[in-house]
Design a protein around this ligand. Structure first.
Ligand SMILES: [Zn+2]
Length: 288
């Protein structure tokens, strides 16, 4: 398993904010100390503005570079947030390139991205890394690209970006009602939403996860980018779902069995058990 990270991503924080440096540092520690999964560590690739501008407006880019004011109550103007967000996008692009060469890759970095729209940072997200990587895949020869988002929150930003992009597909499985309040029905021709009620049983949740993946797989994409959020976990503080570590292992397994190149990037997941959930998912992906 190739894991892409950059220790600079732990350099920004706001006291009490759930999207905190330990999410990454504790997971790195866990992956380095375990022996069940063989990990090769890699860094993000550099990202030019042109790659970002496929997904975002020039105004948004300028606003991030300036970081003059907080973007919303959850999404502060951290020092050099543009540099951090750009490295997250670079990690997603690196994972995508590895997947297209037949390798298994996971981007373990912050900030997350799936709530960032073309022109707005929100919900802990500044640049939409999965959309940037999906559009980079299209620009570099993939004829059809899908994004599968199992974060417990709707990937509203990814949807808003991809809904106007030809030969892209998006499916999101998320708790509803929950932040950000969108994703109750399909949008456009290519964005499929699978809302689930709070406290949905694990069995039922797995059925919905399967249905969403089947919707994407039947379109035969060349590559699937996964917005891997671990906040549908039973003990996550930001949502009210019921999944356990074995369920994330199961998601990894069924993605592997599709036989389509897959790359994954970390989105949410705020419980102290996040390192165990990520390890379970990666083991499922690798078939161990
Ligand atoms: Zn989330």
């Amino acid at each position: 398993m190739k894991v892409i990270t950059d220790e600079r991503c732990t350099a920004y924080a706001l006291p009490g904010h759930p999207e905190r440096p330990a999410r990454i540092s504790k997971t790195v520690e866990k992956l380095r100390s375990q022996k069940e999964l063989s990990v090769t560590w890699l860094e993000p690739v550099p990202v030019e503005d042109a790659a970002i501008l496929r997904a975002h407006t020039p105004e948004h880019l300028a606003k991030l570079k300036a970081a003059a004011a907080d973007f919303d109550g959850d999404t502060p103007a951290y020092k050099d947030i543009f540099g951090h967000a750009r490295r997250s996008a670079g990690a997603a692009i690196h994972a995508m390139r590895l997947a297209r060469k037949g390798e298994l890759a996971f981007s373990l970095i912050r900030p997350p991205g799936h709530h960032a729209t073309r022109d707005q940072a929100m919900g802990f997200c500044f640049l939409n890394s999965i959309a940037i990587a999906a559009l980079e895949a299209r620009a570099s020869g993939a004829s059809k690209v899908a994004v599968y988002d199992f974060d417990v929150h709707h990937g509203n930003g990814t949807e808003a970006i991809l809904v106007t992009e030809a030969q892209t597909l998006f499916a999101s499985i998320h708790q509803s009602p929950c932040y950000p309040g969108t994703g109750r029905r399909d949008v456009g021709e290519n964005c499929f939403n699978f809302p689930v009620s709070p406290m949905t049983s694990r069995d039922e949740y797995r059925k919905v996860l399967t249905k969403a993946m089947e919707r994407l797989a039947k379109e035969k994409p060349d590559v699937i980018g996964v917005s891997a959020g671990f906040d549908a976990y039973a003990r996550d503080p930001l949502a009210q779902e019921t999944l356990e570590a074995e369920d994330f292992h199961w998601i990894g397994e069924f993605l592997r069995k599709l036989g389509i190149p897959v790359f994954s990037i970390l989105e949410g997941g705020y419980s102290d058990d996040l390192p165990d959930l990520i390890l379970a998912y990666l083991k499922g992906l690798e078939g161990s």
